[in-house]
Ligand binder design. Structure first.
Ligand code: IVH
Length: 663
């Protein structure tokens, strides 16, 4: 038994060391395969011999299925915030106050001010024990289980002078690439995207299911050690020690000998921050010597020895010319501001989203107003306030009827948005549904596009997706810009789409909240559209990842006689409404995570993805240590290639892939 215990201890240590190398130092000594093998071995041993599981076991990183309850706990040391300045003259005042108090010029440490969520983490005897959010500074929420999933935060630390108990503070962040991917998935699933990485981070650390947090790939930088026994005389030295013990600290922190060097640091990062892979919203300036920090002390809210210099969110003012109302394929009405064109953060801004009626009312926006437009961490510019109202203006009245079809708008309970309920006859809803249906990830009818859909609709040829299958070559040839050859292509690719698998047909129907992933799940659980349509709410939510909202939407879809008729029409046309036996072709790629990139010759990307799945493999969208190989087409982005090479992931070509599945 002892050797099993020893093996568990050894594996725990070894895996944690590899994790540290990879997530903190950005280098790895072993391949993903070897890493996974070690982890699988440890997992198996821990299941058999739970009594030997170590408190810093890396198997905790995947989260658990126990729902989180976030109890409020008191901080041992208050979590203070920093005083803010937005101007260099304020910063000079801060410096002069300090010089006056200390009677000498101090040395400063300048650091990036990470724009995320602050966290306090406690260690006892070198083991991670608790993580608490900032809360109101005095009390925060215990988010320990979620924070343990962040792989750059050590589960155990060791080193010289490690105090028995200590607490350190840092900022959890979501890097841009992870944020972009998360939002792309949310948009696809019709969840509202996060406005910026900061919101995505705070949302993530408060999730009920820690397994989901583990998938969010958060990161953390530490910048402050608390406690009575700090084995250092300066802040900079404490950062060095933190790093030595195994914590991730920023490589950009710098000692500045005087206030001029502080200003240089600020000027440098005001520009250079655009090249960082995560958001910062300013610079933190701290007196380096702890003795001097003690002399300066604290106000009720802030330390007197530190301050944050906030970068200005780039903001300009311009005139609100008009408000358009756009109707999407679900009937949701989005107000969009038309602005007098203005330069902002390197681009010309002409439009800004206004989200919904409440937002317009909140800002009391009126046509002709001079408004402030800002591009902060947000991707789309937004109106943040009104500088001056237009003379004699009156408050904006949100439209009451659909600008496209004239139907009276509704505002369902609990929804912030207005909707046009005329889903069958409202042109943008019709066109939007058809565009979604033909899109790449749905039916992939690539001979049609937005323009042809509009053209066919206006010619009275298509009013719903089933009409596509009734089109004839003779009907479309007379239309403008449709040559004989392209008419043929169109009819042929519509015909070919009848072979598209059930899960994609289900996604193509455009049922609210049924994105690509949900459709796959539903198809494999219910096998046919009949059994899906007959499923009760209980049966639906019993499926992993299907919640109330999706279940309600599916039930609503199938309780509408128009939708039932549409599905019946499509069925008559011969579309796939059940899983076919041929769908599983082999197990040749079983257990393999494959990422595809670039363009291919023999197959489309969608077809390649389908082949991977039909042969038992898993198509993944982001590169990680767990990716088995990259299926490389032509024109792969250089950054992707570099990442693949760095991680030592095997690359295979389209031909090699075809051989692999055919042999
Ligand atoms: S030091 C007592 N350093 O900014 C001083 N804070 O209002 C503790 N932050 O709550 C904070 N980067 O969430 C410090 N390099 C950095 C930081 C940083 C981001 C956040 C932190 C804090 C807020 C200050």
């Amino acid at each position: 038994m002892d050797n099993i215990k020893d093996r568990i201890i050894q594996l725990t240590k070894e895996i944690n060391r590899h994790s540290y190398n990879y997530y903190v130092l950005n280098k790895s000594e072993i391949s993903d395969f070897e890493f996974d093998k070690l982890l699988a071995e440890l997992n198996e041993l821990e299941i058999k011999y739970p009594q030997y599981k170590q408190p810093d076991s890396p198997t905790q990183r995947v989260g658990s299925d126990i729902s989180n309850v976030f109890t409020s706990v008191e901080h041992d040391y208050q979590m203070l915030s920093l005083g803010n300045t937005y101007s260099e003259s304020d910063l000079t005042d801060f410096h002069l106050r300090i010089v006056k108090e200390l009677k000498t010029e101090p040395e400063y440490v300048c650091e990036l001010k990470f724009d995320g969520a602050s966290i306090s983490v406690k260690y006892e005897n070198g083991i991670f024990t608790k993580a608490i959010t900032r809360g109101d500074g005095t009390r925060g929420d215990d988010v320990t289980e979620n924070i343990k999933t962040i792989r750059s935060i050590p589960l155990s630390v060791s080193g010289n002078n490690l105090p028995d108990k200590f607490e350190i503070r840092g900022e959890i962040i979501m890097p841009h690439d992870i944020f972009d991917k998360l939002n792309a998935i949310r948009i696809e699933n019709e969840d509202s995207p996060f406005a910026n990485p900061r919101n995505a981070t705070s949302g993530s650390i408060k999730m009920i299911d820690s397994r989901e947090v583990a998938k969010r790939n958060l990161d953390c930088y530490f910048y402050y050690m608390m406690g009575k026994t700090i084995p250092a005389a300066t802040h900079f030295e404490s950062l060095r020690i933190l790093k030595e013990w195994g914590f991730k600290t920023s490589e950009h922190s710098k000692i500045c000998k005087n206030i001029d060097e502080v200003m240089d640091y600020i000027h440098y990062w005001d520009i250079e921050r655009r090249n960082l892979p995560y958001d910062i919203d300013g610079i933190v300036i701290k007196v380096n010597s702890f003795a001097q920090q003690n002399m300066l002390g604290f106000t009720a809210k802030n330390p007197r020895w530190a301050i944050s210099y906030k970068f200005k969110a780039e903001q300009v003012s311009t005139k609100l010319i008009s408000i358009d109302y756009q109707v999407g394929r679900t009937g949701a009405v989005t107000p969009v501001a038309n602005l007098e064109p203005v330069q902002l953060a390197g681009t010309v801004v002409k439009r800004a989203t206004l989200h919904n009626a409440d937002q317009i009312a909140l800002l009391d926006l009126r046509i002709g107003d001079i408004v402030y437009v800002e591009k902060g961490g947000e991707i789309i510019p937004k109106i943040v306030g009104v500088e001056t109202h237009e003379l004699h203006s009156s408050p904006t009245k949100f439209i009451t009827h659909c600008p496209e079809c004239g139907t009276k708008l509704i505002k369902p309970e609990g929804e912030a948005r207005h909707f046009c309920p005329n889903s069958v006859n409202c042109p943008p809803q019709i066109k939007g549904k058809i565009e979604h249906f033909i899109s790449r990830k749905a039916m992939n009818i690539d001979s049609l596009g937005e323009e042809t859909v509009a053209q066919f609709h206006e010619a009275g040829l298509i009013n719903n997706i089933a009409d596509l299958y009734k089109l004839t070559k003779e009907q479309i040839i007379p239309l403008e810009r449709i040559a004989d050859k392209s008419a043929e292509n169109i009819i042929l690719s519509i015909e070919n789409s009848k072979k598209v698998s059930f899960d994609r047909v289900l996604f193509a129907l455009g049922i609210r909240y049924v994105g690509e992933t949900v459709a796959k799940k539903l198809a494999s659980e219910f096998k046919s559209i009949e059994s899906l349509a007959a499923a009760s709410k209980e049966e639906l939510i019993a499926v992993d990842e299907i919640g109330d909202r999706i279940a309600d939407s599916i039930i609503e879809y199938f309780s509408n006689s128009g939708n039932i008729k549409l599905v019946a029409d499509l069925m008559n046309e011969g579309l796939q409404f059940e899983l076919t036996k041929s769908e599983k072709l082999s197990d040749k790629l079983s257990g393999l995570s494959i990422i595809i990139s670039g363009t291919f010759n023999k197959y489309s990307r969608e077809e390649i993805k389908e082949l991977i799945e039909k042969h038992g493999g898993k198509n993944v969208s982001s590169i990680s240590k767990n990716t088995d190989f990259l299926l490389a087409g032509e024109n792969i982005g250089p950054s992707k290639l570099e990442k693949i090479k760095k991680l030592n992931i095997k690359i295979i070509s389209e031909e090699e892939f075809i051989k692999l599945i055919e042999n």
